[in-house]
Design a protein. Sequence first.
Length: 401
Amino acid sequence: MTPILLDWSALALRWLHLIAGIAWIGSSFYFMALDASLKKRAGLPEGVSGETWQVHGGGFYRMWKYGVAPPEMPAELTWFKWEAYTTLLSGLALLVVVYYLGAELYMIDPAKAELGPWTAAAIGLAVLVLGWVAYDMLCKSPLGNDQRTLALIGLVAFPLVCLALDQVLTGRAAFLHVGALIGTIMVANVAMIIIPNQKKVVASLLAHAAPDPALGAQAKQRSVHNNYLTLPVLFIMISNHYPQTFASPFNWLILALVLVIGASIRHYFNIMHAGTKPPWWPWAVAALGFIVAIWIASFPATPPPLVDTAADERPATLAAVEEIVQGRCIMCHGQETHWPGLAHAPKGVVLETPRDLRIHAAAIRDQVYQTHAMPPGNVSMIEDGERRLIARWVDAGAPPE
């Protein structure tokens, strides 16, 4: 596949992934808010657990919810599932196009493990499959009856998966695959639990039998999990544009904070939609968590020199920085790229002239010294001393001499 076609394929898949995600998450948020707003009132038909009135677009809507199922099936019934399935399928296709076909650039770090592209891809896919199996077994175990225990296990397990992946893959691939794992769990909840359980209820009604209430309870449990996981997975989806998250040596800890922040915000809105006054503490937790994440990300990935290298002894001049960039970065960040699969310099950042270096000085420091996001997987084998030299030059004001 040519670089230009690869870029357009990734763009089309990303657009589809975004559209499907908006549709899925939007309906999920709506139904959680709808469910929380239901009130039990006198005079409701038998089996109706709650009612709510809403107004939108100049019209009034009156909605009932049956505790288990209505006494008979309606002629038409809308199922909300394809939004979730399309989100997963487009996300997996995007993983293949961007990460698995570009594994040498985005997934493999030779300093961590000597992996081939297929091995790196197999590790990523194995995490998605085994992660769902472990989660599903946990939910069906006795521990699944305690939502708080499940939440604590998830708060520990997801960061540990990130930490484990970070030992063999790039930080970007590790962080992204935890997001893909969470997304896979959410879609599998729909495909493997929620929809099948609803179909069993429908089959019981058609057979004039009483539906099993446990089916609805199990589906509700997974729906609640999806609700609280939504905001963290959205954060991870956009995090690949911000190396302070995935490329930090403490990306697993930042991930744990993101889980807490996202769940806190959703908890606030869940309480608000229930019609009660929500507490202030979820926003305090979210703000504090974000501040702590910024503080954690402030620690540079480049260690201080134990022994001064040749680069540490060199004056931090523009000429010295230009020499490093020409040797380590220009293969991707030139007017003409020389890396297979890249049609253009990433994000249009060209670093060919002294003026280019000074314009992008702060970003270069962040990507090269602070986070090690560049070069991806350290494909050009830049040395820590060279990273420190670039930081010294930027910290001195990026002087032109």
